[in-house]
Ligand binder design. Structure first.
Ligand code: 5GP
Length: 194
């Protein structure tokens, strides 16, 4: 998605050979026009898949998840990373190791929002080692629902998440695929190599 790549070029900061900071458009301040375009793009890519729910993870998945849900006309559910006093229903939970925070969290979704009839599109901001996405897939499967695909804003192709998920037979659509962050430079994977 050229618009997203251009925005990353303008506003992204390479923190190390593994980590990209995009907190002025995605992770802290949010660019609403960019999110609207992202929603349109995911809705178009998954339009044939009869999605009934979007599932994402707090907090950076919520904006793109919501915009995609709006375009597809379905609800969005975000997995919580912390226990909430108001989250007292039966919970579907999974354990996720965070790449950026280097900590392990239990993530949870109330089972009243997912059922075996659901066809779920998972949305997240980054794909690194695939732990967040795998945790969400686990939760969707616990509900007996089907994962129709995974939509990612930025896939770092030099980490193993993409191949791990695709090997599981999951459809992964990433809007910007980064081949390398070496020497402070963002290099995208050419679409022909994708
Ligand atoms: P994974 O679970 O695939 O290892 O990592 C994905 C999660 O870690 C995403 O939800 C995202 O929040 C965070 N993450 C991974 N890599 C990066 C990165 O380079 N930059 C930022 N801002 N977040 C990242």
């Amino acid at each position: 998605m050229e618009f997203l790549k251009r925005k990353i070029e303008q506003d992204g900061l390479v923190l190390s050979k593994d980590v990209l900071k995009v907190d002025s458009i995605i992770n802290h301040q949010i660019d609403p026009i960019l999110m609207s375009e992202i929603g349109k793009e995911f809705a178009n890519r998954f339009k044939e898949t009869k999605v009934t729910k979007i599932v994402t993870i707090e907090s950076s998945g919520i904006a793109p998840g919501l915009m995609t849900a709006l375009k597809l006309g379905v609800p969005v559910i975000f997995a919580r990373k912390r226990k909430s006093l108001t989250l007292v229903d039966d919970l579907l939970t999974s354990t996720v190791h965070s790449f950026t925070k280097n900590e392990t969290n239990e993530i949870s979704v109330s089972n009243k929002f997912l059922s075996s009839d659901d066809r779920v599109l998972i949305i997240d901001d980054f794909l690194a080692n695939g732990q967040a996405a795998l945790g969400l897939v686990d939760i969707v499967k616990q509900a007996g629902a089907e994962v129709v695909g995974i939509g990612i804003l930025i896939e770092k192709c030099f980490q193993q998440g993409g191949s791990l998920l695709r090997k599981e037979g999951l459809r992964v659509e990433s809007l910007a695929r980064i081949q390398s962050l070496e020497e402070g430079t963002i290099t995208y994977l050419e679409e022909s190599e994708a």
